[in-house]
Design a protein around this ligand. Structure first.
Ligand SMILES: Cc1ncc(COP(=O)(O)O)c(C=O)c1O
Length: 354
């Protein structure tokens, strides 16, 4: 599909990934928690995938908890931390431009008595480290700031945020659904305590993701899904062998360079009159959030190209309202309606954006 430009919403399963997954859908179906030979084969393959994912972010295999995707990982990080403080409660710092699964989890935690600070970004979609420092309270139990914004592609300075959190002994979680495999991540270098990732953003399958939890054996996160002790007791349920193996394969086969679609895109887009939002700050080259100069310019673009693109994120498309991210960076409703997100096939971006 060379008119598909919505990779930030989802990507197809790469053919190499599909090939690796297929035998596990039909032949390798044994429950990996059982004790016979077939089960052992499955659990070994799962362990290999766990090691691949851990290696990618400089973690240990025992620190990777498989989930159904980044939404669940984010829920696990936030609720799992908050539920440790159900009696005393506490304060959480996040931003107003997180993915809805973070925002709505925080709103839910507020109904339980937790306090949440939603920090506003600047006009380029960046959260100032200074605003985090100023928001910290004595009872702050968690700082959660995403790495790459899914709507405008801005890259948060998570190294500085991690340092601030580390110096004050506050756990730091980052939603890396849009950066995992795309930017270099080393959880020690960046002082990350928890990190969420997702399979379908990196040419892996839907329905699988992971939460990295620093030293997860001792962290004391409260599980959200109680079950048979899988995933160190943090996430019950029979492990989905093909999905997990697909996630590991997606990491291995992740593209290391741009495709022809990127080059064609840049040639085409420059024929139109627009402003690229977040452009004066660090943005990933695969997400272009653009505001066309006029309604006529939007029409000209739409008539010329039957591209599959999105206005805001996939989640906001359903409500037909300007997204919370565009509003937060200061776009009024009319401007937001002339604004589109074009997202190109992801690849490993080396260098200064990491
Ligand atoms: C930044 C961010 N966080 C979380 C998610 C949710 O990921 P998943 O679909 O794996 O639950 C997405 C997907 O749109 C995302 O872009």
């Amino acid at each position: 599909m060379n008119n598909y430009f919505d990779y930030a919403a989802s990507s197809p399963v790469a053919s190499e990934v599909l090939d690796v997954m297929q035998p596990w859908l039909h032949y390798g179906f044994a429950n990996p928690s059982a004790s016979h030979l077939e089960a052992l084969k499955a659990s070994k393959a799962i362990q290999l995938a766990r090691e691949t994912i851990a290696d990618k972010i400089g973690a240990m295999a025992s620190e990777i908890i498989f989930t159904s995707g980044a939404s669940e990982s984010n829920n696990m990080a936030l609720k799992g931390t908050a539920f440790k403080f159900l009696e005393k409660k506490g304060h959480i710092i996040t931003s107003s431009i997180e993915h809805k699964c973070i925002i709505n989890t925080c709103l839910f935690l507020q109904t339980l008595g937790f306090e949440v600070t939603f920090l506003a970004p600047d006009n380029n979609g960046l959260i100032k480290t200074e605003s985090i420092v100023n928001a910290i309270r004595e009872n702050t139990i968690l700082i959660s700031i995403h790495h790459v914004n899914n709507e405008i592609g801005s890259v948060q300075n998570i190294k500085e945020i991690g340092r601030v959190a580390f110096e004050r002994n506050i756990p730091f979680h980052t939603d890396a659904a849009q950066s995992f495999c795309k930017l270099d991540i080393d959880v020690d270098d960046l002082n990350i305590d928890m990190l969420s990732l997702s399979g379908h953003k990196i040419f892996g399958p839907k329905g699988v993701g992971a939460l990295y939890v620093r030293n997860s054996r001792n962290v004391g996160l409260v599980p959200l899904i109680h079950g048979g002790g899988q995933e160190l007791g943090l996430r019950g349920g029979t492990s989905p062998t093909p999905l997990i193996i697909g996630l590991g394969a997606a990491v291995e086969y992740f593209p290391q360079s741009k495709s022809i679609q990127h080059i064609e895109f840049e040639e085409v887009i420059n024929r139109y009159d627009f402003i690229r939002n977040g452009n004066t700050s660090a943005v990933v080259p695969t997400i272009w959030n653009i505001t066309f100069s006029s309604d006529e310019e939007v029409l000209r673009f739409v008539n010329d190209h039957a591209w599959l693109i999105s206005q805001g994120s996939a989640c906001n498309a359903m409500s037909n309202t300007p997204s919370h991210v565009l509003t937060a960076i200061g776009l009024d409703e009319a401007t937001a309606r002339r604004t589109y997100r074009i997202s190109l096939p992801p690849y490993h971006i080396t260098g200064e954006l990491s």
